[in-house]
Every structure is written in structure tokens, then in C-alpha cells.
Design a protein around this ligand. Structure first.
Ligand code: DX5
Ligand code: ZN
Length: 215
């Protein structure tokens, strides 16, 4: 069964607790937290203090997506704040494995992400060491962008490589996911679907999450 990870980037931040409760009641298993620094991407969002506060209010699995330069400087703070999984970008570090191993040794789960224009080759060799692979299907920075279908072959390739490891490695897709493309990304191997605007801009979170699960 596919996991739905609502990204709070499109939530109403003036009532974040209610928003989190609403997606929990609507069937979300994970909460996706988009961390941006204004350098790696042209936007600034959430830091460890917000994660720490969210952690106090929810038992959902906290999936922190770091779109920041020098992620190695911040992983400890996010783990201490209560992150369950931290995903870093291949493009943000010279040696992702060092950071991945550090996250895992510190008791967290670790993910690696690639932007739409980054090849799967750049992370192929480290797949057996990660807990999650995130294929970006928009250019990171903002919610509400259009899904880039050209990433589908990369998603499929990642899925095949993950299968060969015989390990439980999540394959996540993030960006422009909605009821029109959810079936397609699942068919190409995705088992964790991130969605910000499709869920939080919908009138009924329960229906939106159900549509993604059943697509
Ligand atoms: C983009 C973020 C995504 C984004 C998804 O930089 O990593 O998680 O919030 O937003 P939607 O689902 O609206 O494309
Ligand atoms: Zn994200």
C-alpha cells in the first residue's frame, strides 16, 4: 500500500496543529516537512524549532526534506527536534554517504534526493545504504508547480535498483502530485507520494488522500 505524505508547505500556518490533525484523521501516515534556506533553493521555509513543536503534537512519521546548503551542519538539530527521517540532496554535498551514515548512526532514517535534471547515476552506488530515495518531479523551491513527466524513466530505474537490493528502501516522488498522475507514478514504482497543494488546497482532505491512495 502506498504511503501518503502531505507536505505542510501548503498548509495554513496560522492553524498548523489543526491542519496536521485534519490530515491525520484523513488517513495520512507521514508528514513531509520542506526545509529551504534561500541558497540551495530560492525560498525560505521551516527550521528545527518548528519541527520540535510539531513533534510535541503528533505521532505521525516526520519526513524532513532538506533543500539547504551544508545539510551536514543541521542534521543533528533536526534529529534532536524529533525528525524520523532526513532526506538530503545529492546536489548539496560533495559526499552524500558521509552525511547519510551520520544520520543513521545517530538513530534516524536517511534519504537521498535528486533534482529533475540530476541523473540517477549520481546516486546509484549509494542506494543500498539509504532508507529512502526521493525523485523530485518539480524544481524544488515552491509548491503548486506542474509535474515533470520526464522524470518517470528515472523513477522506474530507481525502483528496479531498489528491488535488487532486497532491502526496505522507500521510493518517494515529490512535486506536482495529484489524482491525475498518482496512478502513473505508482506504476513506475513510487511507494511514498508527497503532495502539498493537491491535499491542502482541496476542500476535503479525506477525499484528496483517498484519491491518491486509490489512483
Ligand atoms: C518542492 C517541495 C515539495 C512541494 C510539493 O520544493 O519539495 O514537497 O511542497 O508541493 P506540490 O505538491 O504542491 O507540488
Ligand atoms: Zn519536499
Amino acid at each position: 500500500m502506498v504511503i501518503i505524505a502531505p507536505s505542510i508547505l501548503s498548509a495554513d500556518f496560522t492553524k498548523l496543529h489543526e491542519e496536521i490533525k485534519a490530515v491525520t484523521d484523513a488517513g495520512a501516515e507521514w508528514l513531509h516537512i520542506d526545509v529551504m534556506d534561500g541558497h540551495f533553493v530560492p525560498n525560505i521555509t521551516i527550521g528545527p524549532v518548528v519541527v520540535e513543536n510539531i513533534r510535541k503534537k503528533t505521532s505521525l512519521f516526520l519526513d524532513c526534506h532538506l533543500m539547504i546548503e551544508h545539510p551536514e551542519k543541521f542534521v543533528d538539530a533536526f534529529l534532536k527536534a524529533g525528525a524520523d527521517l532526513i532526506t538530503i540532496h545529492q546536489e548539496s554535498v560533495s559526499d552524500p554517504l558521509v552525511v547519510i551514515r551520520h544520520i543513521k548512526e545517530s538513530g534516524g532514517k536517511a534519504g537521498i534526493s535528486i533534482n529533475p535534471e540530476t541523473s540517477f547515476e549520481s546516486i546509484r552506488s549509494i542506494i543500498p545504504e539509504v532508507d529512502l530515495v526521493l525523485i523530485m518531479s518539480v524544481h524544488p523551491g515552491f509548491s503548486g508547480q506542474r509535474f515533470i513527466p520526464e522524470v518517470l524513466p528515472k523513477l522506474k530505474e530507481a525502483s528496479q535498483v531498489i528491488k535488487k537490493t532486497k532491502k526496505r528502501i522507500y521510493l518517494q516522488i515529490d512535486g506536482g502530485i495529484n489524482n491525475q498522475n498518482a496512478g502513473l507514478v505508482k506504476k513506475n514504482g513510487a511507494d511514498v507520494l508527497v503532495a502539498a497543494s493537491f491535499i491542502f488546497k482541496s476542500k476535503d482532505y479525506h477525499t484528496a488522500i483517498k484519491q491518491l491512495k486509490e489512483a
